[in-house]
Ligand binder design. Structure first.
Ligand code: 3HC
Ligand code: NAI
Length: 697
């Protein structure tokens, strides 16, 4: 047998055990270990049933993603699962943790499945740009029917064990010891004389339903929701084969479609997104034994838009949190806003009333700094004004216990200056949440010049506890995400001055895959935010850095976005649907005239280049300055904080995919045609000339 898969006999039951940390992925050693173990159990006349069980935190969590793109090694997973299913002795998969992708496919090839009550099962391949390639698209519909199989395979979302039991994906739920449960189930089968029950031979769930109509409806839904994605329609085609072709041919069709996905650029980008999200949490140079402080209680200063959302993040993680406000009225309003926001989740059905009360019991309001004496971490989220921040940090320094983490949620102010307002700058760190803080996954962890290793490690651990994607960044105006988005915003406004419309720019970028177009986004966050930044930039940027004037003109006309019902689009009362703003063309024309620009027709391709290359050029500067540790961290920030499409891998991955020589050449042209702000980043120039990629750094 192999080291990662072992076989032992317990009476008449063969126990096949997988032990391949961290997640028992199906690398070649596991595949051949499974094949050998099942074959040996099949050949052993004493064995009457086979139990498959996994060590560690989880059942098999899928194929080994690290093997994608490398030459395939035998045995293949389809071969292994087909052999397991064909076995003549009843086999039982004992599921705990997560049976995902290839893991669930192995379980579906076993003749019976039992699951621990807290387990989850699913086929998330679509999230990696793939489809289930080891029989999942043929066997799952045979167990749950085409409609549910399409839901699970096209969404990629796992289901809980309880639902899996209701659907018949698992036969029984259990609590406690895995092996004991597996052996008990096996012995029951032996006693009852039950033999193999092969999923592949079933057709009952495929009959009596208009499966073709279900397929057509799913295709139309995908076309509407995610037209640019490669794998979802192929998932549907594979499921379609489950009821139009016999099993063997269906499996062949699935394999062909899987192979198409495997070589698609989207698959490479999505796997990049998967691994780099995990890599981002690792801070270069931070010793592995850096102590992490215990965080049992928290406080937030300022219960405004961000403060309330941040407090909810702590409550969601089971950490008691106090919100400090300037008055009793403001304090009570903040608490009420937290309750109302949870209330909306209750209304939507994503939270129970009991869970709301449990979370609200963790949130309290205060107005006195003396009440902060015992908290482990404080996050300041008051107005973006250095004078106000100074007062707050001086008060925190005076009242918080030694060792408390003092964090700021500032989005643009100098964290080093903020740290100097205290006598313990080593305890000060930035925790830059994104709005709405209780929803957005991204957290930029800002390392000040004096932030200690221990505080940085604790801040990263807090991010993990709050279920955020925490990415370490350095201090500069806007950190990584906002600093880059300034460039993106400026270019998109210039495009309007040059002849494009908000509708055209938004549509081109949505087609590229952005969750929202830049102008719909500006309307949502309010034009005043962008205008304040522009005004500050006019004072700080060198004179040759031209800035668009559209925001100023719109603000003068009272167009501040959704909050005034009018911005780049107009919004009917109570609606968030953007409609064309009939007053905008005149403003755009006036801006073009003022800038001396002849309005012209711009192609979608040009729109993508101008906006994306602006991001890439700034990203290269950020990397060179060491503000981000790695190019892939920038990708993680953009995917998780700015709606950048994961299937494009993030701006830096996208640049590598185009080729840095091409990107550099185009940026040189923009520099010549448009102005000084397009000066290519020296790092980009260097890499382009050396024929290297950001990923090589
Ligand atoms: N292959 C290789 N490595 C994997 C992996 C996989 N399938 N899944 C996770 N890992 C690695 C992670 O990269 C991480 O490595 P690191 O410690 O070096 O950073 C480590 O395992 C732990 O992962 P997480 O940090 O994500 O641990 P969590 O406990 O938070 O989550 C999990 C565990 C839910 C299993 C999550 O890792 C996950 O969702 N994994 C991916 C599952 C998946 O997509 N499976 C389908 C694969 S495609 C497939 O099966 C094709 C088939 O149909 C042919
Ligand atoms: P906000 O104006 O909604 O809330 C600020 C709150 O702080 C108000 O409720 C105010 O009463 C309170 N406050 C002011 N001075 C105080 C003091 N001395 N002590 C206690 N409370 C005080 O502001 P918002 O949007 O929540 O922003 C807060 C911080 O978060 C700013 O630094 C901002 O740059 C940052 N930020 C904002 C984001 C956003 O999208 N709004 C995103 C990320 C960061």
């Amino acid at each position: 047998m192999s080291e990662v898969v072992t076989l032992e006999r317990q009476g008449a039951v063969a126990v096949v055990r997988v032990n391949n940390p961290p997640v028992n992925a199906l690398g070649v050693a596991v595949r051949s270990g499974l094949q050998n173990s099942f074959n040996a159990a099949e050949a052993d006349p004493e064995v009457k049933a086979i139990v498959l069980v996994c060590d560690g935190n989880t059942f098999i969590a899928g194929a080994d993603i690290k093997e994608f793109g490398k030459p395939p090694q035998s045995p293949s997973l389809p071969e292994v699962v087909n052999e397991i299913e064909a076995g003549s002795k009843p086999s039982i998969a004992v599921i705990h943790g997560t049976a995902l992708g290839g893991g669930l496919e192995v379980a579906l090839s076993c003749h019976y499945r039992i699951a621990r009550k807290d387990a989850k099962v699913g086929l998330p391949e679509v999230k990696l740009g793939l489809l289930p390639g080891a029989g999942g698209t043929q066997r799952l519909p045979r167990v749950v029917g085409v409609e549910k199989a399409l839901d699970m395979i096209v969404s990629g979302n796992p289901i809980a064990a309880t639902e899996a039991e209701q659907l018949g994906v698992v036969d029984e739920l259990f609590e406690g010891d895995l092996l004991a449960a597996g052996l008990a189930f096996a012995e029951k089968l032996i006693a009852e004389g039950k033999g193999p029950r092969r999923t592949g031979e079933r057709t009952d769930k495929l009959e009596g339903v208009d499966n073709a109509a279900l397929v057509a409806a799913k295709r139309a839904e995908i076309e509407k929701k995610t037209p640019g994605l490669f794998s979802p329609q192929r998932c549907v085609s594979a499921v379609e084969a489950s009821f139009t072709l016999p099993l063997a041919e269906g499996l062949k069709r699935e394999r062909e479609l899987f192979a198409e996905c495997l070589v698609s650029p989207q698959r490479a980008a999505l796997v990049h997104a998967f691994f780099t999200e995990r890599q981002a949490s690792k801070v270069d140079g931070l010793p592995a034994d850096t102590p992490v402080r215990d965080i049992k209680s928290a406080a937030v200063i300022g219960g405004g838009t961000m403060g309330v959302g941040i407090a909810m993040c702590f409550a969601n993680a089971g950490i008691p949190v106090k919100i400090l406000e300037i008055s009793e009225a403001a304090r009570d309003a903040a608490i009420q806003r937290a309750r109302d926001t949870y209330g909306m989740s209750v209304k939507r059905g994503s939270l129970t009333e009991a869970a709301l009360e449990k979370r609200m019991a963790l949130v309290s309001g205060i107005t006195d700094y003396a009440d902060l004496a015992d908290v482990d971490v404080v996050v300041e989220a008051v107005f973006e004004d250095m004078g106000v921040k100074q007062k707050v940090f001086e008060a925190l320094d005076a009242h918080c216990k030694p060792g408390a983490i003092l964090a700021s949620n500032t989005s643009s102010l100098d964290l080093n200056q903020i740290a100097r307002f205290t006598k313990r700058p080593e305890d000060v760190v930035g925790l830059h949440f994104f709005s709405p803080a209780n929803v957005m996954r991204l957290l930029e962890v800002v390392r000040g010049e004096q932030t200690s290793n221990e505080v940085l490690a604790t801040a990263m651990a807090i991010g993990k506890k709050l279920k955020k994607v925490a990415v370490p960044v350095g201090v500069c105006d806007g950190f990584v995400g906002n600093r880059m988005v300034f460039q993106y915003g400026r270019e998109s406004e210039f495009l309007l001055e040059e002849g494009a419309t908000p509708e055209q720019v938004d549509a081109a970028l949505r087609k590229f895959g952005m969750a929202m177009g830049p102008f719909a986004m500006r309307d949502l966050s309010g034009l005043d935010i962008g205008l304040a930044i522009r005004t500050r930039q006019r004072q700080t940027l060198p004179a040759e850095y031209k800035l668009p004037t559209i925001l100023d003109k719109m603000a003068e006309a009272g167009m501040l976005g959704q909050k005034t019902g009018k911005g780049f689009y107009v919004y009917e009362k109570g609606s968030r649907t953007p409609l064309p703003n009939p007053e905008l063309p005149a403003i755009l024309e006036a801006a073009s005239k003022e800038q001396g620009v002849e309005r012209r027709t711009l192609s979608d391709e040009y729109i993508i280049e101008r906006t994306m290359y602006a991001l890439i050029n700034e990203g290269a500067k950020i990397l060179e300055e060491g503000i981000a540790q790695r190019a892939s961290d920038i990708d993680v920030i953009y995917i998780n904080g700015y709606g950048f499409p994961a299937h494009q891998g993030g701006p830096m991955f996208y640049a590598d995919a185009i080729g840095l020589d091409r990107v550099y050449a185009r940026i040189c042209e923009f520099h010549e045609q448009l102005g000084a702000w397009w000066k290519p980043a020296p790092l980009l120039e260097k890499l382009a000339k050396e024929g290297r990629k950001f990923a090589d750094l």
